[in-house]
Design a protein around this ligand. Structure first.
Ligand code: 2P0
Length: 327
């Protein structure tokens, strides 16, 4: 019985991916740049079933076997990978444990598909390097492309399946940079990221500007990382997040992931900065706010957020590693 076991950490985009150029291959419209996080990860076992078995393929998440409808995306993904390597459509059993509090708004699809890609190649004993692994992860979910590497990672948009890959920028950064995930809202989001980004690509008259600015943002962010410049990293990350959320208001029909508490948190970050506590925010496809700060300010920022936002849950993270084979 062949089994592959892998762990992948989530990542937070500092320069956001927002839009696909090709839905099937999940080629992005723009390059993006992220930080892999240590506090949130997914463990996945991928087990190939004996050919003679009458057992059907299954997918369980946090020990709960998922219904066929919610397993479809995962099953289709495995078939895509099997076809890519001209493998038969073997049956399989996938067991995934997410160490990602779903309410913290840290996309678990990035760690989920990165871990699944690694577990798949391990089970089939395929000789796959990290760049190919990032292609495989991309076929599952765009943001998963970046979770193959640790530290700061760039996803180069490329032009096709071959060159749309992740590249490590610095796998073990020494810069003092923490992320505080502030749990604002437990409600599930109204529009998925996949649908939201598609709507923006199809309808926003500002989409061309977004693409140009995102490419510029990646170049500037790489310079900021090289210079160990926390201020520049925070400023650029905040700008990218704001541009993404502004873009959503310009879609037709418009939509937003922001909630009143999100704006409250943004204002608090501004206030803290004015008071000399340097911090910046970033926001993904949901209402939760993630704060970028330095270690010495973690305590004070946490206290201020709890005071102002009513004892919200705050989880601290720092740099995490790339995908790991657990065998
Ligand atoms: C990112 N997000 O760069 C952006 C910023 C959310 C906001 O990638 O359709 O789950 O599977 O490629 O990767 C979340 O969307 O979307 C995401 P698909 P994904 O991290």
């Amino acid at each position: 019985m062949r089994i592959g076991k892998a762990r992948a950490h989530t990542n937070i985009a500092l320069i956001k991916y927002w839009g696909k150029a090709n839905n099937q291959l999940k080629l992005p419209q723009n390059s993006s740049l992220s930080m892999t996080l240590d506090a949130f990860y997914t463990d996945t076992n991928f087990q190939l079933l004996e050919q003679s078995t009458t057992t059907e393929s299954s997918f369980s998440l946090n020990n709960v076997v998922q219904e066929p409808a919610s397993s479809r995306r995962v099953f289709d993904y495995i078939e895509t990978l099997q076809d890519r390597y001209r493998l038969p459509h073997d049956k399989f059993k996938i067991q995934t444990t997410n160490h990602v509090p779903t309410s913290a708004g840290l996309a678990s699809s990035s760690s989920a598909f990165a871990a699944l890609a690694q577990a798949f190649v391990a089970a089939y004993q395929l000789d796959v390097d990290k760049q190919e692994l990032s292609r495989l992860a991309r076929l599952g979910s765009g943001s998963a492309t970046r979770s193959i590497y640790g530290g700061f990672v760039e996803w180069q948009k490329g032009t096709d399946d071959q060159d749309s890959i992740a590249m490590p920028i610095d796998e073990q950064p020494t810069i003092d940079l923490c992320l505080l995930a502030v749990e604002i809202n437990f409600a599930s989001k109204g529009i998925s990221s996949t649908a939201g980004m598609q709507q923006v690509v199809n309808t926003s008259p500002y989409y061309g500007v977004w693409r140009t600015e995102a490419e510029r943002g990646v170049i500037q962010m790489k310079q900021a990382i090289k210079a160990n410049d926390f201020t520049a990293i925070g400023t650029l990350a905040e700008r990218s997040a704001l541009a993404m959320h502004a873009l959503n208001f310009t879609a037709n029909p418009p939509f937003t992931y922001l909630e009143p508490e999100t704006i409250h948190a943004i204002k608090l970050v501004e206030q803290l900065r004015i008071q000399g506590i340097e911090c910046y925010f970033t926001i993904d496809a949901g209402p939760n706010v993630k704060i970028l700060c330095q270690l010495r300010n973690v305590k004070e920022i946490t206290e201020r957020f709890k005071e102002e936002l009513g004892n919200v849950n705050i989880i601290k993270a720092s740099f995490g590693p790339g995908v790991i084979n657990l065998d």
